[in-house]
Design a protein around this ligand. Structure first.
Ligand code: SF4
Length: 339
């Protein structure tokens, strides 16, 4: 088996599959102008393409197609046990895109979806309508849960729409998690204290091995610095930590690199968490045989695969010891299996 899947620089969207019912939607029309060279195929329902059997995730990853669709039913799903709701009781994630432009070997989407193509639901206005009844109380929405919305922002403008909606609704809190270096949406909006931008950072060697098509560490750090200078709230996430033979040098060095140019006082939190995944997603990842990440001898308990307790504790202790040289422990959040 290969050490990790081959680096891919996806050739984007040679084909646009568009549901007949949204051909006239303003976002569909905007995207058609942007991809005027792409072949357009009109379909009745996105599942005809996205859910086809016997698709090759690996082949599609390097030649992704875009499917434009209308979301029927719920945009909002309750927050997951694998994520942090920051003490806000009403915590949802919004599912407005299926699939991601990036291609991380450890991504659970490979186990979740039958296809590496991207489905963009253009009717975001329906998500806002569904959310409105909750907005009498503090409500957190993770907008980038099953994708990286900032990575696809130049195409969708969804982050901008969420920021505009949050500006009008004072109980709405957003978490926008990203590996992107594209912060144009932030530059066009006034910073909002209820919005947290959460950047996932990894050592460059881990990015090269496992986070294909994502921006380099330096590009992410420069986006982080710019967002902070613009006045946005930023959280840094070293999560998931991938345990490799040179963990001892890679990850403590990452923390040094981060705080060599970012003032620890300027970030809200640092989140540390080691790789974890539901057992069923891990099984699917193994079947794809794309990467050694899937084949570590994980411990499975309550349907969740994690590093064995000794490894998980070692990862957290090592990183906490380093991180507390820069930040007080109360501003460091950790994810560890509750035994
Ligand atoms: S950026 Fe996130 S959602 Fe996208 S492929 Fe990587 S892990 Fe998956």
């Amino acid at each position: 088996m290969k050490h990790s899947s081959l680096p891919s620089q996806p050739k984007l969207f040679s084909h646009l599959y568009i549901e007949r019912g949204i051909l006239e939607h303003p976002q569909t029309q905007m995207i058609r102008v942007k991809f005027s060279d792409s072949q357009v195929i009109v379909i009745e329902h996105y599942k005809e393409v996205f859910n086809r059997s016997a698709q090759s995730f690996a082949a599609q990853s390097s030649a992704k197609k875009l499917i434009l669709a209308r979301k029927e039913g719920k945009f909002l799903h309750e927050g997951s046990q694998y994520s942090d709701g920051f003490g806000i009781k009403q915590f949802f994630y919004a599912s407005s895109v299926m699939g991601c432009l990036y291609d991380c070997d450890y991504c659970y989407l490979q186990g979740l979806y039958p296809s590496a193509n991207t489905v963009l639901f253009v009717n975001l206005e329906d998500a806002f309508e569904q959310l409105t009844p909750y907005l009498g109380e503090d409500t957190l929405v993770a907008t980038s849960y099953d994708t990286d919305t900032m990575a696809i922002e130049s195409l969708t403008h969804q982050t901008k729409s969420w920021l505009d909606f949050a500006a009008q609704n004072e109980k709405l809190h957003l978490e926008i998690r990203t590996k992107s270096a594209n912060i144009k949406a932030l530059k066009n909006n006034i910073p909002n204290d209820r919005v947290t931008l959460a950047w996932t950072l990894s050592p460059q060697e881990i990015i090269d091995r496992y986070e294909h098509a994502t921006p380099s560490l330096q590009k992410r750090l420069s986006a982080v610095r710019e967002a902070i200078q613009l006045g946005w709230k930023v959280r840094l996430c070293i999560d998931p930590v991938i345990y490799t033979e040179n963990f001892d040098s890679l990850y403590p060095q990452l923390i040094e690199t981060i705080f060599a140019t970012i003032d620890p006082e300027s970030i809200e939190h640092l989140t540390l968490g080691s790789f974890r995944m539901s057992q069923s997603h891990l099984r699917s990842l193994k079947k794809l045989r794309r990467s050694d990440v899937a084949f570590f001898p994980y411990t499975v308990k309550d349907e969740m695969a994690t590093y064995p307790e000794t490894v998980e504790s070692y990862i957290l202790e090592t990183l906490l010891a380093k991180a507390t040289q820069y930040l007080p422990q109360e501003r460091i959040r950790t994810w560890q299996r509750q035994s």
